[in-house]
Design a protein around this ligand. Structure first.
Ligand SMILES: [Zn+2]
Length: 166
């Protein structure tokens, strides 16, 4: 059943699956596509303005890790590896939290959330994830930080296109 979703920039869309809408190009994510292959789509959800936060989504609509085809399995790990290297080399990101849940209303997608010093105020490991995201959304939506976020998107886009992944 279609759901009404309000995007970070205020646009409202009605879609069955936001991941399908994004990965098919029906909706362009704010900040643009960072990289895409025939199987996967890479972008940042700027609703959570954290520099270098990446979402890696499959183009195909499914939910379970055990549903990846062999080609998807191979490309998935290769893409994560290359994104992670670009985060480190271009943005100086030392640690990343990876988050993926199968009971999502969107389809298969991995969050790669950089760990910054300011996040330590919210605790460590998985318990800090939600407070960190909410803090970013509610307190860091300012011009200076958004500029840094968009610069981060450009850096990662440039790095991944230089790699020519597949
Ligand atoms: Zn979908």
């Amino acid at each position: 059943m279609p759901r009404k979703i309000t995007l970070a920039d205020g646009r409202t869309v009605e879609v069955d699956c936001l991941s399908c809408a994004l990965t098919s190009g029906l909706i362009t994510p704010t900040g643009g596509v960072i990289y895409e292959t025939n199987l996967f789509h890479i972008h940042q959800d700027v609703a959570y303005p954290i520099r270098g936060l990446i979402i890696l989504a499959s183009k195909r609509h499914f939910y379970g890790m055990d549903e990846l085809t062999e080609a998807e399995q191979n490309e998935y790990i290769s893409l994560i590896h290359k994104i992670r290297r670009a985060q480190r080399e271009r943005l100086g990101i030392d640690k990343v939290y990876y988050f993926y849940n199968e009971d999502t209303t969107h389809h298969f997608h991995l969050w790669m959330v950089p760990r910054y010093e300011w996040m330590e105020a919210f605790g460590g490991s998985v318990e800090s994830l939600r407070p960190v995201l909410l803090h970013a959304r509610n307190q860091m939506n300012n011009e200076e930080n958004m500029k840094a976020v968009f610069e981060g998107i450009d850096e990662l886009r440039e790095a991944l296109h230089r790699e020519r992944i597949s």
